[in-house]
Design a protein. Structure first.
Length: 372
C-alpha cells in the first residue's frame, strides 16, 4: 500500500550548525524540518542499553507491520479509504506534534519496564484485531455461501422459494421426482434424451419449474430403483441434477433462517471489526512512536555518549517519496563522519559497543518511516 507520507527521522549531536544545515541545505531547503521531542529516560547501564537496542529494533519493525496490516484490513472491509486518526488527531498531525504520554507511561520507570508495558498492550491489541478479522472472514464466507443458495443460478441456488409440493411425487413407495437444471444450450438434447436415460422414466413427465438466463429447471418422475442411474446419466450429458434438494418444509424453513442469520452475523462481525481496527490503528501507531522515541534515545546514547546531548528532527516528504533517497544521501555525506569519531569524542567507554549498535542505522541515528 502506498504511504500517505514518509519521513526521515534523524538524531544528531546538539549543534546550531546541524540544525541550520537541515533547514537551509538539505534537499535545497525544500523539505519541512519538524522537531521531534525526546524526553529523558531512566537508562540504567550501558550493557542494558545494548540489550534493549536489539529488542527495540525488533519491536519497532513488528509494530510498524501491525499498523500496515490494520490498514490493509480496513481497506479490504470498507469501500472507501478510512480517515486515519490517532488519539483524536489526524495521523500526520499526531506524528508531527508527538509528545510522550507521561500519564500513561511514567518517565520514572526504567526503559525495560516501559518497553514491556507498551509492547504487551500493542501486541495484545494486534492479536485481537487478527482474531476479529478471522471471525469476520468466516462470517463473510458463510454469508456468501448462503447468498449463493438464495441468489445464484438454478444449478446452485436454494430452491425453497421456487418449487411447490404439487410438483413432486410425495409419499410413494416406488416413484420419486428428480430435479434437473439444464443449460439453455442443452435443452434440445435433454428433451430428446431424458426418457431413454434409464429404464422406467415416466414418459412426458419432464415439467419446467423455473428458468433463468443460464438454466431451465425441470422435474422428472421415475421409479426410485433407477434414480441413481438416471442421475449419473444426466451428469454425463452435462445436465445438473439437484441432488442436494429434498422437499421438506422443515428444511425449507431452516434455509430461510440460515440466510437471515448469516447476513446478520456478517454485518455484526464487520461492524465489530471496523470499530476494533480503527481503535487499534490509533493505539498501536501511538505505541509504535513511543517505542521509536525510546529507540532513538537509546541509539543516540550508544552513538554519541553521555550525558545525552542530541537533537532529533523529522524530515517530511510527500506520498511520492520524491527526493527522499537524495536527501538520505546528502545526510550521509554531511554527517557520515560521526560513524568514525562519535565514540572517541563523546565517551571512550562506548568503544566496545560500536559493533553492537543497530546495524540498520547509518553512521548516525537515521530512520526512514512510511506512514500508511
Amino acid at each position: 500500500m502506498d504511504p500517505i507520507a514518509s519521513y526521515l527521522i534523524v538524531s544528531l549531536p546538539q549543534s546550531a550548525d546541524s540544525r541550520g544545515w537541515l533547514e537551509q541545505s538539505l534537499n535545497g531547503g525544500k523539505s519541512p524540518i519538524i522537531p521531534f521531542k525526546l524526553d529523558e529516560f531512566q537508562i540504567g547501564t550501558l550493557d542494558s542499553l545494548v540489550q534493549e537496542s536489539e529488542e527495540l529494533s525488533k519491536l519497532d519493525q513488528q509494530l510498524g507491520s501491525s499498523v500496515s496490516k490494520i490498514v490493509d484490513i480496513l481497506s479490504s472491509v470498507t469501500e472507501t479509504s478510512p480517515t486515519r486518526s490517532v488519539l483524536g488527531k489526524p495521523v500526520l498531525n499526531y506524528i508531527e506534534s508527538f509528545s510522550w504520554n507521561t500519564s500513561k507511561y511514567r518517565l520514572d520507570k526504567p526503559i525495560k519496564q516501559l518497553i514491556s508495558v507498551i509492547a504487551n498492550e500493542a501486541i495484545t491489541l494486534d492479536n485481537d484485531v487478527r482474531a476479529s478479522y478471522q471471525g469476520y472472514q468466516t462470517a463473510k464466507s458463510n454469508y456468501v455461501a448462503a447468498d449463493r443458495k438464495k441468489n445464484g443460478d438454478l444449478s446452485i441456488k436454494s430452491l425453497h422459494d421456487i418449487v411447490k409440493p404439487e410438483q413432486f411425487v410425495l409419499d410413494s413407495d416406488h416413484l420419486t421426482t428428480v430435479l434437473i437444471a439444464v443449460p439453455k444450450n442443452l435443452i434440445s438434447d435433454f428433451q430428446h434424451s431424458y426418457e431413454t436415460l434409464t429404464d422406467f422414466v415416466i414418459p412426458r413427465s419432464a415439467t419446467v419449474v423455473a428458468t433463468d438466463s443460464e438454466y431451465t429447471l425441470y422435474t422428472v418422475a421415475l421409479f426410485k430403483k433407477y434414480q441413481q442411474e438416471f442421475i449419473t446419466g444426466a451428469r454425463e450429458h452435462k445436465w445438473h441434477p439437484r441432488t442436494d434438494f429434498v422437499y421438506s418444509e422443515e428444511v425449507l424453513n431452516n434455509l430461510r433462517k440460515e440466510f437471515d442469520l448469516t447476513r446478520a452475523n456478517e454485518s455484526k462481525t464487520k461492524n465489530d471489526l471496523l470499530r476494533l481496527a480503527k481503535t487499534a490503528y490509533s493505539d498501536i501507531l501511538a505505541a509504535w512512536f513511543h517505542i521509536k522515541a525510546i529507540r532513538i534515545y537509546v541509539e543516540s546514547i550508544l552513538r554519541y555518549g553521555l550525558p545525552p546531548k542530541f537533537d532529533c528532527s523529522l524530515v517530511k516528504f510527500d506520498k511520492t517519496n520524491k527526493n527522499l533517497a537524495k536527501s538520505k544521501k546528502e545526510l550521509i555525506e554531511k554527517f557520515g563522519y560521526l560513524g568514525g569519531e562519535a565514540f572517541d569524542k563523546n565517551n571512550a567507554n562506548l568503544h566496545e559497543y560500536a559493533s553492537l549498535v543497530d546495524t540498520d542505522y547509518e553512521p548516525f541515528v537515521l530512520y526512514e518511516v512510511d506512514i500508511v
